[in-house]
Write a new protein. Sequence first.
Length: 239
Amino acid sequence: MDTASYLRCFLRELDAFRACLAKGDLSVPIAYREDPDYPLDLAGLAARVGAANLFVAATVTDFNGADSPPDGAPPKTPEDRDELVRWVEGTGEVLVMALDTEPGTPAWGFYTPPNAGYWQRSIAVETMLHRWDAEQALGEPGALDPELAGEGVTEVFDVLAPRQIGRGKAWPPDACIRLDATDTDAWWTFGPGDPVAEVRGTAADLLLLLRGRRTAYDAAFAWSGERNTAMSVLKGPLT
């Protein structure tokens, strides 16, 4: 996928997320949250989405070559529904203006490569996941784009998992597993040597598994080989 594709996906997903804010109960709890001890509702998720948009925009527009990230202080978010929807939309416009650039444009980043291309993919995938989170909370989770979901799986293994391992938050894998997307023919391996196990599912379900929205026991997956070993490799946290 190229810059234009990622930005189109981002705008599509953000628009669907805004639709959830416009019609849904803002106090409905979100099932997935990064911190299990910190409850999150739809209004709180909106605050995170908007803050992420502004942060990612700043990684490009405010980048001066320093190792430190841009100011990540959470902005004040509106409490009124209509104002919240307009605010989220506005943060998206700021982000698109910042990321509508060549992928190689220097930017601050958590991990290699530190450029705009990293954020173009990352924010498109993240917004899609949060749109799904919001729709699931409202009882109507929509489909995930298979191609973008596959990009999200690649991001996990190329960027997010190595970062977690480098930070000491996850163990390096001691075995290799293979993941096969049944709807796109894409596949990935993670870990050293030849695969000892394989899991098959749609690209969307594989992404939801790796990003904590599905479990390895979900009926969406078909396993073969040493399943217990594979699950120990995937337990992470990889993201």
